[in-house]
Ligand binder design. Structure first.
Ligand code: S3P
Length: 167
């Protein structure tokens, strides 16, 4: 173990908010894989989806995960779909402690309503899309998680306390 903390979970589960707070508390550098992709391409995630399509975004995402999992002493918030790639799953697993932030579809819908930054939710029926994503991905998140945190509880400090007590 090289001391990395990796946050996985569906979009809107609070990976970025919790990750930032954890990094501050543990004195580690916070990195968000989506932000890293945006920094490397100079384009927003929605624009990458629009121009190149999802498969190309997934390739970029896998490359970023490869690079970031080689680093040490970071808190890494991953994009919700990063775990779809088997190589990325293995790399993430080998690079630190994995925390799965589990959130209900209702909770995510509340947090992501009117959010134009999530191309996968730009659909006529975001609830249905989220239910599908949750069904498909929940087993993958569970497979690699060392710690599972239910984020139904609203307060970041409460979540943080719960995570720190299990590390
Ligand atoms: C995605 C989640 C997003 C982003 C992209 C695709 C997904 O990240 O990577 O829109 O497939 O669930 P967040 O989980 O940070 O929103």
């Amino acid at each position: 173990m090289n001391g990395n903390i990796i946050l996985v979970g569906l979009m809107g589960s609070g990976k970025t908010t919790v990750g930032r707070a954890l990094a501050r508390k543990l004195n580690k550098l916070f990195i968000d894989s989506d932000h890293e992709i945006e920094a490397r391409t100079g384009a927003s995630i929605p624009l990458i989806f629009e121009i190149e399509g999802e498969p190309s975004f997934r390739e970029r995402e896998a490359e970023v995960i490869r690079d970031l999992t080689a680093r040490q002493n970071i808190v890494l918030a991953t994009g919700g779909g990063a775990i779809l790639n088997a190589d990325s799953r293995a790399l993430l697993k080998g690079s630190g402690t994995i925390i799965y932030l589990r959130a209900s579809v209702n909770h995510i819908l509340q947090r992501t309503s009117r959010d134009k930054n999530r191309p996968l939710l730009q659909t006529a029926d975001p609830r249905r899309r989220l239910e599908e994503l949750s069904r498909q991905r929940d087993p993958l998140y569970r497979e690699i998680a060392d710690i599972i945190i239910d984020t139904g509880r609203p307060n970041v400090q409460v979540l943080l306390h719960s995570i720190l007590s299990q590390l």
